[in-house]
Ligand binder design. Sequence first.
Ligand code: FAD
Length: 310
Amino acid sequence: MIWHRRCVGHPSKGRKIEGMDFLRPPSWHEALALKAARPDAVPIQGGTDVMVEINFDVRRPSALLDLNPVTELAGWETVDGRLRIGAGLPYGRLIAELGDRAPGLAQAARTVGSPQIRNRGTVGGNLGAASPAGDCHPPLLAAGAEVEVESVAGGVRMIPIDAFYLGVKRNAVRDDELIRAVWLDPAPGPQHFSKIGTRNAMVIAVCSFAVALHPGERRVGTGIGSAAPTPLRAPEAEAFLADGLDGLDWSGPLPEGLAERFGELVGEAVSPIDDVRGTAGYRRHALAVMARRTLTWAWNDHLAATGMVS
Ligand SMILES: Cc1cc2nc3c(=O)[nH]c(=O)nc-3n(C[C@H](O)[C@H](O)[C@H](O)COP(=O)(O)OP(=O)(O)OC[C@H]3O[C@@H](n4cnc5c(N)ncnc54)[C@H](O)[C@@H]3O)c2cc1C
């Protein structure tokens, strides 16, 4: 275990300089041991959320647990046919290496911040922050992902993504646990992600939507961001499509009105607020449009992939 103590603070702002322990475990095993001994320690990976909060005095943790030396977190692998994406895999690598296996997540990753942020920021950090506006959440919900967490006392726990988000910036990770990885099936069908911002780059989502086709299970997954206290799915819209597409035998063009009704049901699934980025009414409307469009794109990709259109 390596423990450093150093001082941080904003003397220029006239604030008291406080001590903060900086813990730097060299391995996953030691990271878990440190988290067990110091549940107050705040994990830091890319730091693109944590450092902003510290710099703006939103939080002043008694200790930081730096996970960057933990090489086990920084990769991805395929285990029994499923993708296991390490919590510390930066967006840049996700985009470069997993665009074919996790296209929805990779599309979302491409919209995150700037190249600098995508170089440092990670899926694990997005899950840790659990912001309703985080861009990874909609594609993870649509894909039916699972979050792998671990602690010394409890061992490994797999949390279904639907059960992961508990409230605004609150998740199901316990104080002595760390996020190890996120699991999902390599895309069994087309996936799309769409995000509205007040400009094209470096923008928090006004709202966002992801769709994932699961042709083998004859169902369509959904994920919605920035339109409720937590990221969420649209179960009624999913059930409506499961019926509508089954009647179509998953072949041929979408019947008229199906995508529109799907969009309306997505708009009805949310409970957005008015804020500086947009009104609740705008968010509902925009989600209905994004749901209609992404479903149409995904369906057309599906028809092309199955040779039903050229
Ligand atoms: C300029 C700028 C632009 C941004 N743009 C976007 C954007 O477009 N879309 C978007 O979604 N986000 C955006 N963000 C937010 C941020 O980049 C993302 O949330 C990113 O995924 C955070 O990853 P990180 O590795 O930097 O997390 P960190 O800041 O290191 O950590 C974030 C949270 O996760 C916790 N955590 C980290 N790793 C673990 C772990 N293994 N186990 C348990 N908890 C853990 C931390 O304790 C903290 O609470 C932006 C941030 C900045 C500064």
